[in-house]
Design a protein around this ligand. Sequence first.
Ligand SMILES: [Zn+2]
Ligand SMILES: [Zn+2]
Length: 289
Amino acid sequence: MIRTLRPGSRCYRGNLHTHTTVSDGRKPPDEAVRWYREQGYDFVALTDHWKPAANVHDDGILVVPGVEFDGVDPELGSYHIVGLDITTSPERGALVGPDTIVSYIADQGGLAVLCHPYWCGMTSWAVGRVEGVFALEVFNSTCEVHIAKGLSSVHWDDNLAAGKRLWGLAVDDTHWGRHDYGGGWVMVQADELSIPALREALLAGRFYASTGPDIFDFAVDGGRAYAHTSDAARISFLCDAHRGSCLYPEGGAVITEGEYTVPEEATYVRLEVTDSQGRKAWSNPLYLR
Ligand SMILES: [Zn+2]
Ligand SMILES: [Zn+2]
């Protein structure tokens, strides 16, 4: 059996991309952290542009320090990369190229995420050229709210089909101008609420991304994919190219379970859940070979 989630395990809810007045966000760091705590989040990452995160401590929520870097590569075009669990940043522009940025993040002991490729105008090919990121942002609230380019699922599928291994995050990328907060999050099955435990679960893909619905189980066993979700208007299994299947409830009700026979040729399968309000959840891909 292949699965990344552990059914029945506690999930910690968090936003892994947030701006504050340390760069171009409109809320000071402590207020930003408090907002997420008041909404019931378990953790929040502060990821200002080229600035180390403010050292905020809040008893009710775990704060993950991070930094967002960016640049324009002659071949790949514009790109943004978040480093999670790092506390330093050089001056803006001092790191040139995705490889240099990813190496810097690794040297600082952090985890690198490729941010909002659709918003950046990255092609799927360009995404594939960025090495050393453990995930991409399949959904980004601020990119959705401002220019309707929050969803990067095609970039994700193109790269999964090409054999690249990337987990998928939903994040806010909150700037606190328009309503770009509380729209996208991850549910992480960490062993406890600590940065080392979060890192371990994130790298293992033991999480799902959401703008609303929940995923309770997603597994492949003997060629059958199985999903158990919160109330859904559609449960979709996505594989390479044209392979996959959408399941709908009969008579306008909802479904909470689905099964799909994964084609022999498929190299991965992932799950998307859509609720009656059009909100979505994304499982991580299960790699079939
Ligand atoms: Zn960005
Ligand atoms: Zn950002």
